[in-house]
Design a protein around this ligand. Structure first.
Ligand code: BJW
Length: 244
C-alpha cells in the first residue's frame, strides 16, 4: 500500500476507536457539490471580490443592493446543489457532533439533525437593525435588497455572521464544549484562517484530541494535524467514516 493509503488506514482506525468524535467543517465540504469556496485561488469568492464589501456591516451599509445581489447568486447556486458523498457519510454517523462554518443547508439535506452553526444560516433574512423580524427566503428565487417590513428602519440581510460580528453565543459555547470533550477532532475543508472558529482546532488538540485534517491542499490546520488526508472531501470522508 502507498503512503497515502497507509495514512487513511491509520486514521480510519483512530475514527473506529473514537468514542466522542467532533467534525469541524468549512467550504471545502460543499465544494464538490458545486458551492463556491471563499479563498481558493482563482475561483474562490475572495479572489474576485473584496470580502469587506460583501460580508461586513460596513459593506452592507455602503451598498446593500450589491450585497444582496451576491447573496442571491450564492443562494441560487446552493439551491441547485445536492449533498455530496461527504455530507452523506457524515449524516450516516449521528454520533459525530457537527460543528460547521458553512451557512448552506447541505448537511441538513443530507440528514444531519443537530448542527452547530458558527456563522449562521443563509436560508433566512433578518432585520439588520435588530427589530427581531426574521423570514425564510426562497433559495430558488432569492430576494434582492428590501426594507424590513417589521420596523421599516433598515434593510433585511441574511442570518449569517459577517466580519466584525460576534458569533452566536449558544453555538460558540456548544462548539467549544464539543472541541474540548472529544477524543477525535475532524477538520474538513477549511482554510482555518477565520477566528474565533479556527481556534477550535488548537483547543481540541490541547485538550488531547487526535486531529485528523481532510483537505484538498495543505492549510493552516496542517501544523496541528496528527493525520493529514489530502484529497477531496467527497472521496475521503466515506473512506474514513463508513463501516467495513
Ligand atoms: C477542499 C475541497 C474539496 C476546496 N475537498 N477540501 C484573530 C486574528 C486575526 C483576525 C481575527 C482574529 N479574531 C477575529 C478576527 C477577525 C475576523 C477574522 O478571522 N479575520 C481573518 C480572516 C483575518 N473574524 C471575525 O470578524 C469574526 N467575528 C469576530 O471575531 O467577532 C468578534 C466580536 C466579538 C464581540 C462582539 C463583536 C465582535 C466573524 C467571522 C465571520 C466569517 N464570515 C464568513 C462569511 C459569512 C457567511 C456566508 O455568507 O456564508 O464566513 S467569511 C467566510 O470564511 C465564511 C466562512 O464560514 C469562513 C471560513 O472559510 P472556510 O470555510 O475555511 O473556506 P475557505 O474558502 O477559506 O477554505 C476552503 C478550504 O477548502 C481550503 O482550505 C481548500 O483547500 C479546501 N477545499 N475544495 C476538501 N473538494
Amino acid at each position: 500500500m502507498d503512503d497515502h493509503g497507509d495514512v487513511i488506514t491509520a486514521a480510519r482506525e483512530v475514527v473506529r476507536r473514537g468514542r466522542r468524535i467532533t467534525c469541524f467543517s468549512g467550504a471545502g465540504l460543499s465544494a464538490p457539490s458545486g458551492v463556491g469556496t471563499f479563498r481558493d485561488p482563482g475561483d474562490g469568492w475572495w479572489s474576485r471580490y473584496d470580502p469587506m464589501r460583501l460580508a461586513s456591516p460596513d459593506g452592507f451599509h455602503e451598498d446593500p443592493a450589491l450585497v444582496m445581489k451576491w447573496y442571491a447568486a450564492r443562494r441560487q447556486q446552493m439551491a441547485e446543489a445536492a449533498p455530496n458523498a461527504g455530507h452523506l457519510a457524515l449524516a450516516a454517523r449521528p454520533d459525530v457532533v457537527q460543528v460547521t462554518q458553512n451557512t448552506d443547508d447541505l448537511l441538513d439535506r443530507a440528514g444531519c439533525s443537530d448542527i452547530i452553526r458558527l456563522h449562521g444560516n443563509i436560508t433566512a433574512d433578518r432585520c439588520h437593525a435588530g427589530c427581531g423580524h426574521v423570514e425564510s427566503v426562497d433559495m430558488h428565487d432569492p430576494p434582492g435588497h428590501r426594507s424590513c417590513p417589521g420596523c421599516g428602519q433598515a434593510g433585511l440581510r441574511p442570518t449569517v455572521v459577517w466580519f466584525g460580528e460576534a458569533l452566536p453565543s449558544d453555538a460558540w459555547e456548544r462548539a467549544e464544549q464539543a472541541a474540548r470533550s472529544c477524543d477525535v477532532f475532524l477538520v474538513v475543508g477549511t482554510s482555518a484562517v477565520v477566528y474565533p472558529a479556527a481556534g477550535l482546532i488548537t483547543l481540541a488538540a490541547h485538550a488531547g484530541a487526535t486531529v485528523i485534517v481532510v483537505n484538498r491542499d495543505a492549510s493552516s490546520a496542517s501544523d496541528v494535524a496528527d493525520f493529514e488526508l489530502l484529497g477531496s472531501a467527497d472521496e475521503l470522508l466515506p473512506a474514513l467514516l463508513e463501516a467495513d
